[in-house]
Write a protein that binds this ligand. Structure first.
Ligand code: IPE
Ligand code: IPE
Ligand code: MG
Length: 253
């Protein structure tokens, strides 16, 4: 194992880490650069974080790359982000294959430019059998839209007599979300200090541990990720029980 990650316990790693990658614009301003340069530098952090998550044994890494609300940004910024995304997908494919990483995407993918959708589908198809880690990109993603879409699909199933209203449980509902089949995030990280969820994984973060760091996304690299996972391992996840119940439960194991 790499010498700079000695303190993580393999038995209590988060299975799924979700990250709100925020602060590219502020990083750029701080360095007197264009916002687009900030996004470009942010792509370097993505590379670094994907590598370290694969190395430490994370099963799913979900990265919030573009929200449904981000469509309201200035057109040149949206175009630059789409271009960067396409470049990233093309340049990372070889490493994804080498490291056994499967690419998935959640969100209103059909709203992305056709050339981006094409590359995205190609990379998803090429990596489909990889089992080392899922890199899940949230693209044109909105948590409220995800829930509304799930409701629409469920209503259609009920109307077609394929599902009874009383059969709709939390588990069944989850199957209609984009994240169908994935474990819920254990750890949600937001960079650049904002204390909000910005429409990210609203259903899935019901019991997720949250960590907000002031670090701007382009400055967020492997050491800090490892530090945060270590912090996560020190926490007690209670899921509504008391601390004593959790300790007794652990004693039984
Ligand atoms: C995150 O950085 C990237 C996207 C939302 C696409 P921002 O662009 O939101 O950076 P700030 O919040 O303006 O600093
Ligand atoms: C959240 O960041 C979305 C992504 C990281 C893709 P924003 O910068 O869009 O969030 P708000 O607008 O500050 O809440
Ligand atoms: Mg932002």
């Amino acid at each position: 194992m790499n010498s700079d990650i000695p303190s993580l316990r393999p038995d209590s790693l988060p299975r799924h880490i979700a990250i709100i990658m925020d602060g590219n614009g502020r990083w750029a301003r701080k360095h007197s650069l264009s916002r687009i340069r900030g996004h470009r530098e942010g792509a370097e952090s993505v590379r670094d974080i994907v590598r370290v998550c694969r190395e430490i044994g994370i099963e799913v890494l979900t990265l919030y790359a573009f929200s449904t609300e981000n469509w309201q940004r200035p057109r040149p910024e949206i175009s630059a982000l789409m271009k960067l995304l396409k470049q990233f997908l093309k340049s990372e494919l070889a490493e994804m294959m080498e490291n056994n990483i499967r690419l998935k995407a959640i969100g209103q993918i059909e709203r992305l430019p056709a050339d981006v959708v094409k590359v995205l589908r190609e990379v998803m198809d090429t990596t489909i059998k990889n089992q080392g880690m899922i890199l899940n990109l949230a693209l044109s993603y909105g948590g409220q839209d995800e829930i509304v879409e799930a409701v629409r699909k469920i209503v259609a199933e009920v109307r077609a007599d394929r599902l009874k209203p009383e059969e709709i449980t939390k588990a069944v509902f989850s199957n209609y979300l984009y994240t169908q089949g994935m474990p819920e995030p254990d750890l949600l990280i937001r960079t650049s200090g904002e204390m909000r969820v910005s429409n990210f994984l609203l259903w899935q973060i019901a019991y997720t541990e949250i960590f907000v760091t002031n670090t701007l996304w382009p400055d967020f690299r492997r050491e800090e990720l490892i530090h945060i996972v270590h912090d996560y391992q020190e926490r007690e996840r209670r899921f509504g029980e008391t601390g004593d119940q959790i300790k007794r439960g652990r004693g039984r194991q």
